[in-house]
Design a protein around this ligand. Structure first.
Ligand SMILES: Cc1ncc(C[n+]2csc(CCO)c2C)c(N)n1
Length: 221
């Protein structure tokens, strides 16, 4: 079994809880409260700004030009494609760009993004990837699952979101990160594997907390 498959199995109960979370389920059924979605969009925009910085750190830590170029491509596609969807959604939902950028991070947004940046800064490239892989991989998995629900991709509010995350492009990002982590861990010792597992689990738990925060529209209290 590959290391990333091992991580996926270790985190399975958390990932199942993410799939079953009412925020995710109600995006699929189209019944999610639009105010919760607006709250999510504003917080996720802040999260993606910090996630982009981790891709930039990936380019800094890359061992060769090819890897560096791929991290730089992902940095540009997050800033200009994934975040463009947030900007266009926001406009449609009546949230201005100014409001998006001036949103205050909620406790979970701040702790999740600070956690990723901290692991990315202090660790190796493998640590950096372990921190961001659950984000890319779980969204690809969720997008593909929701896409099988009749009508989910055509829903006036949530259809575009499902279309984006079920796309081949996002599956490719997750697959590339998995391949990198598998090859970087081919010759690392057990102690380092345990550290990477702890990071992967922690980010998977943060994914759960992010759905929960959004569903409750909870900031700091
Ligand atoms: C809390 C949260 N977790 C994961 C994603 C999804 N995501 C973030 S970056 C990326 C890959 C590169 O664009 C993906 C799939 C999100 N939007 N918000």
């Amino acid at each position: 079994m590959s290391f990333t498959q091992y991580l996926r199995e270790k985190a399975d109960s958390i990932w199942q809880a993410n799939h079953k979370h009412p925020f995710v389920q109600e995006i699929g059924s189209g019944t999610l409260d639009i105010e919760a979605f607006k709250y999510y969009m504003k917080q996720d925009y802040l999260y993606l700004i910090e996630y982009s910085r981790v891709f930039a750190l990936g380019a800094v830590k890359a061992p060769d030009l090819e890897t560096m170029a791929i991290f730089s491509n992902y940095l540009q596609s997050t800033l200009n494609e994934e975040m463009a969807l947030h900007r266009s959604y926001a406009k449609r939902l009546g949230i201005s760009e100014e409001e998006l950028e001036n949103e205050e991070p909620a406790a979970t947004t701040l702790s999740y993004s600070s956690y990723m940046i901290s692991e990315a800064q202090k660790g190796s490239l493998a640590h950096l990837i372990a921190a961001i892989l659950p984000c890319a991989w779980s969204y690809a998995e969720i997008g593909q699952t929701l896409a099988t629900i009749p009508g989910a991709m055509d829903h006036p509010n949530y259809g575009e979101w499902v279309q984006m995350y079920q796309s081949e492009e996002f599956a490719e990002i997750a697959n590339w990160l998995k391949q990198q982590l598998d090859s970087l861990t081919a010759s690392v010792n057990e102690k380092e594997k345990e550290q990477l597992e702890a990071i992967f689990i922690r980010s998977s738990q943060f994914e759960y907390l992010f759905w929960e925060m959004s569903y409750q529209q909870r900031s700091w209290t």
